[in-house]
Design a protein around this ligand. Sequence first.
Ligand code: HEC
Ligand code: HEC
Ligand code: HEC
Ligand code: HEC
Length: 151
Amino acid sequence: MTKKRAWTLAVPVMALLLLAAAAYAAGVPAEIKMQAPYEHKKSIAVFTHQKHAEDYKISCGECHHDDKGQPLTNLKEGDPVKKCFDCHNKPGELKGKEAKGLSDKELRAYHANAVHENCLGCHKKYNKENKDKGKAAPQKCEECHPKKAKE
Ligand code: HEC
Ligand code: HEC
Ligand code: HEC
Ligand code: HEC
């Protein structure tokens, strides 16, 4: 192949690569393992970030907010984004007896309470609104926390 031919091929390939990178927020993995720095009792949920943001067309501010809880509606690719655990930083989920009498805000200090409220809050609403369309977002524990392989 001559040098000139190689270039006529390389240019469109490079243009395609650039387009692909621009189409999805740089640096955000397509899937995020929702591991937080505490001991997890259940298997770690895998969150399909790209599907949620692109295929389901959910805007960034539905899930990302600032230190006052205000939605980050203008979030752009490359912006630094904190982990949920950076602010909702008590380990695990608080429920049952121990959760009694606490306000929503106090409960939300626990990582899993905040995350469940976000994920499940939307899924429940979505399923209610799309009941007759045969669509469903997961609400059952095992759908997000698949059973661990037997040891
Ligand atoms: C349906 C909810 C949801 C939507 C919509 C969403 N995100 Fe996220 N995003 C998350 C969650 C959950 C995480 C993981 C946070 C954690 O690990 O604590 C995350 C992580 C990130 C990260 C950090 C990635 C890393 O490697 O840790 C970036 C950057 C990010 N999101 C940007 C965006 C941008 C930009 C948009 C809009 C185009 C967006 N997100 C839309 C829920 C969402
Ligand atoms: C910079 C700190 C910060 C980060 C990072 C953060 N939150 Fe929050 N969050 C807050 C504050 C402050 C509030 C409002 C006070 C409250 O109710 O706890 C809030 C409120 C909430 C609420 C209730 C109100 C609402 O918007 O629905 C949920 C649910 C929630 N956060 C989930 C999450 C999830 C999931 C993540 C990660 C994708 C996250 N938060 C990341 C600080 C943060
Ligand atoms: C604002 C709405 C919204 C939020 C917040 C949200 N989801 Fe979803 N989720 C959806 C929709 C819509 C679907 C697609 C349902 C369908 O197939 O019709 C979905 C599907 C899923 C699926 C199955 C398909 C796939 O993409 O893997 C999983 C698993 C899932 N969500 C996990 C999560 C987790 C974990 C969180 C929180 C970190 C979360 N979702 C937050 C709206 C949301
Ligand atoms: C829509 C997805 C989703 C569903 C449904 C769901 N969870 Fe979670 N859950 C998460 C995510 C995301 C986290 C954050 C960290 C992680 O993955 O462990 C979490 C965290 C937890 C934690 C704290 C971490 C640990 O493993 O100790 C517990 C406990 C938990 N979930 C129990 C449950 C139970 C019980 C159910 C059913 C009643 C359930 N979850 C349903 C997504 C989900």
